[in-house]
Design a protein around this ligand. Structure first.
Ligand code: PEP
Length: 255
C-alpha cells in the first residue's frame, strides 16, 4: 500500500452466494467489526437480487455495496443481463468487470470487458477491473506480456479523467478459489508491471494514483504481508469475504 499516493480498497466478491436475508445478516455481523476502519474503502459486490437488501443494511455504515457485472448495451434484447443505467437507478456505485469466472464460463473477452467498463464509467460508476494470467501463462514465463496486453485492451479508449474511477484488480487465475496465493513478491512484481503499463498509457504521475488490488485466496493469514507491498493497494476477496471475522481481519491488516 502507499496511502500517501492512493486509496486502499478492500472489496469482497460474494459471487453466487447470499440471499437478501443472508446478506442482511452478514452486513449486521460485519458492521461492528469494521466500524471506524477508515484507512481503506470497504465494498461488498453482491448478486443482483441481493444488492438492494445489502444496501439497506449498510446504510449509515462505512460499507459500500457494488455489483458483480454489468452489460455494455444501454438496453435491448439481452435476456438475463442488467444495464449500467439500471444499476445506477438503484444507487450502485461500484461494479466488478472482467472477473476471470466471467471470462472463463461466460465467454467474456477483452473486447466486451472494455465495452462493459466504458458503459459503467459513462453511467457514473466506479469499476473494479479484473485481469490476470492463467497457470500455463505463468509457467511459460509470459505473465508480464499477458497482463500488459489485458491492461491495454481493457482500457482502450478510456481517458485519464475516466481512469480516476477505475480500480484494477490483479487476480492470477490460478490463485482464485484454489487456496494458492501468489507470494507477496509475485503480487508486487506483477502489480508493478501493470503500473508501468499504466505509466506508458497515461504518464507516470497518473499511474501512481491508480489503486491496484491483489486478488486470489487473500485471507486473514496472508493479507498483512501482501498489503505491505508498495504496489498492492488492497484486495479483492472471494471466499474470505463470506466470513465476517476473516474479512474484518483483512480490513484490519489494511489499517
Ligand atoms: C475472487 O473471486 O475475485 C477471488 C479472489 O476469490 P478468492 O478470494 O476465493 O480466491
Amino acid at each position: 500500500m502507499n496511502p500517501a499516493k492512493r486509496r486502499t480498497v478492500i472489496a469482497g466478491n460474494w459471487k453466487m452466494n447470499f440471499t437478501p436475508a443472508q446478506a442482511r445478516e452478514f452486513i449486521a455481523n460485519v458492521t461492528p467489526l469494521v466500524a471506524g476502519k477508515d484507512n481503506c474503502d470497504i465494498i461488498f459486490c453482491a448478486p443482483y437480487v441481493t444488492i438492494a437488501a445489502a444496501m439497506e443494511a449498510a446504510e449509515g455504515t462505512n460499507i459500500k455495496i457494488g455489483a458483480e457485472n454489468v452489460h455494455f448495451a444501454p438496453k435491448g434484447a439481452y435476456t438475463g443481463e442488467v444495464s449500467a443505467e439500471m444499476l445506477r437507478a438503484i444507487g450502485v456505485e461500484y461494479v466488478i468487470v472482467g472477473h476471470s469466472e466471467r471470462r472463463q464460463y461466460f465467454a467474456e473477452t477483452d473486447e466486451t470487458v472494455n465495452l462493459r467498463t466504458k458503459a459503467a464509467l459513462a453511467a457514473g460508476m466506479k469499476v473494479i477491473l479484473c485481469l490476470g494470467e492463467v497457470k500455463e501463462q505463468r509457467l511459460a514465463g509470459i505473465t508480464d506480456e499477458v497482463v500488459g496486453m489485458q491492461t491495454k485492451l481493457d482500457l482502450a479508449g478510456i481517458s485519464a479523467e475516466e481512469l480516476k474511477n477505475v480500480i484494477i484488480a490483479y487476480e492470477p487465475v490460478w490463485a482464485i478459489g484454489t487456496g494458492l496465493t501468489a507470494t507477496p513478491e509475485q503480487a508486487e512484481e506483477t502489480c508493478a508491471v501493470i503500473r508501468n503499463v499504466l505509466a506508458d498509457l497515461y504518464g507516470a504521475e497518473v499511474a501512481e494514483t491508480v489503486t491496484i488490488q491483489y486478488g486470489g485466496s487473500m485471507n486473514d493469514a496472508n493479507a498483512a504481508e501482501l498489503l505491505a507491498k508498495p504496489n498492492v493497494d488492497g484486495g479483492l476477496i472471494g471466499g474470505a469475504s463470506l466470513v465476517p471475522e476473516k474479512f474484518a481481519a483483512i480490513v484490519n491488516a489494511a489499517q
